[in-house]
Write a protein that binds this ligand. Structure first.
Ligand SMILES: [Cu+2]
Length: 190
């Protein structure tokens, strides 16, 4: 949530910057054109912006809209399959304005080690909880904290910050796909 607001703010700031710099570029040749001592018109004068500038500003605007769309639609769900390493399923989750990735895919019945790499000083993210596995752990800043557990049932299990504001999902897949359909929605808590 918080990061989204920053993002919107910085996007707006960037857009403003584009506009302002565009205007000052457009004004430069105009000012130089005025010879000193001749009549100064106080009435409005139409500033003809060069076409390349109009094109650049338009392209910039469209680009920003694209970035925003991408941010809202796609950046939220980043999924990663855990790496299997000598029977241990491992994944590193970066804690910075949320969880990245915020969906980790693992296989049932094998131990999982999640390494939370906390880089965000916000107290909101100073702890992580995985209620279904009765895990609650502090995440010291600029350290990697490992959490281990073994999922025994396929399903989707949430992990959250201490206040339940930021969330991620551990997706536990069945090894046998016939089991998956019957046990898919084991537990999901809001
Ligand atoms: Cu929080």
């Amino acid at each position: 949530m918080i990061q989204k607001h920053w993002m919107i703010g910085s996007l707006a700031g960037f857009g403003l910057m584009l506009g302002v710099s565009g205007a000052s570029i457009a004004q430069m040749p105009h000012d130089e054109m005025q010879p000193s001592g001749t009549e100064q018109t106080t009435s409005f004068r139409r500033i003809d912006q060069p076409n390349w500038l109009k094109g650049a500003v338009t392209a910039g605007g469209i680009g920003l809209i694209g970035v925003e769309l991408w941010w809202f639609l796609f950046s939220k769900s980043k999924s990663r399959k855990a790496d299997s390493n000598q029977g241990m399923q491992e994944a590193t989750i970066t804690v910075d304005g949320g969880y990245e990735p915020n969906r980790v895919v693992v296989t049932v019945g094998q131990p999982v080690r999640l390494s939370f790499d906390r880089r965000d000083p916000s107290s909101c993210l100073e702890a992580v909880r995985i209620p279904d596995f009765h895990i609650a752990k502090d995440l010291p800043l600029n350290q990697v904290t490992e959490i281990e557990f073994t999922p025994t049932q396929p399903g989707e299990y949430q992990f959250t910050c201490g206040m339940n504001m930021f969330r991620g999902v551990i997706e536990v897949q069945a090894t046998d796909h016939s089991v998956e359909t019957t046990q898919n929605l084991v537990s999901q808590r809001g």
